[in-house]
Design a protein around this ligand. Structure first.
Ligand code: 13P
Length: 231
């Protein structure tokens, strides 16, 4: 069983999401996780969560105790409305909201405390890869997690592959996945994300050390995403 995750990012509306779920064929052995904008989570959990389809948040506050954090949604609030997964550390959140490895780790810990599974996004820029520094860069991103003993789900999303149509070679993906797993003794899942679509998903999902995919643009089309989930 692989994890097939969608990240809608800031797309969709009530009608779009309703249509998406009525068009999405859930007939797959894989675990499907659908990351929605926060405002649609509660209703979607109520209507669309099943044993092999889980609704995910796309981010969360690093603060778990209620308080003066205007605009924030806490892990406990996600839990309250039945959310079971949360994407954290996405390169867009790192970029636009200056999130760093420390705050992402805090989010992971808070989510863990309320039993929500994190999908921790990591990935290097083109500049870092061109300098052949990607392995060290990823080691830094996961450094804080090394003391954790639980099963962690990472999503390796090289920034240069997000929304660009560029996909790393099989060797590059496998190398990174093995590199990530080599930091841990427990079972770790590594998803690949970046320009995944139904044409390249089987090849990616067949890679020995890849445990799933995280799909942005192509996930917005329910039929396309169902094809990925069934590949
Ligand atoms: P694309 O699939 O659009 O490249 O986006 C990947 C991504 O950022 C998923 O989190």
């Amino acid at each position: 069983m692989k994890i097939i995750a969608a990240n809608f990012k800031m797309n969709g509306n009530t009608q779009f999401i309703r249509n998406w779920f009525s068009n999405f064929n859930t007939d797959t052995e894989n675990l499907v996780v659908v990351g929605l904008p926060a405002i649609y989570l509660e209703n979607s959990v109520r209507n669309f969560n099943t044993s092999n389809l889980k609704i995910a948040a796309q981010n969360v506050s690093k603060f778990n105790i209620p308080g003066a954090y205007t605009g924030q949604i806490s892990p406990a609030m996600l839990k309250d409305v039945g959310v079971e997964f949360c994407i954290i550390g996405h390169s867009e959140a790192r970029d636009y909201f200056s999130e760093d490895n420390e705050s992402i780790y805090e989010k992971y810990s808070c989510l863990k405390s309320v039993n929500i599974k994190s999908i921790v996004c990591i990935g290097e820029s083109l500049e870092v890869r061109e300098a052949k520094n990607q392995l060290n860069f990823i080691s830094d991103q996961i450094e804080k997690f090394k003391t954790m003993e639980d099963e962690i789900i990472f999503a390796y999303e090289p920034i240069w592959a997000i929304g660009t149509g560029l996909v790393p070679t099989q060797d590059q993906i496998e190398e990174m996945s093995c590199h990530i797993k080599s930091h841990f003794s427990q079972k770790i899942s590594v998803l690949y994300g970046g320009s995944v679509n139904s044409n390249n998903s089987s090849e990616i999902l067949n890679m020995k050390n890849i445990d799933g995919v995280l799909v942005g643009g192509a996930s917005l089309n329910a039929e396309e995403f169902a094809n990925i989930a069934q590949s």
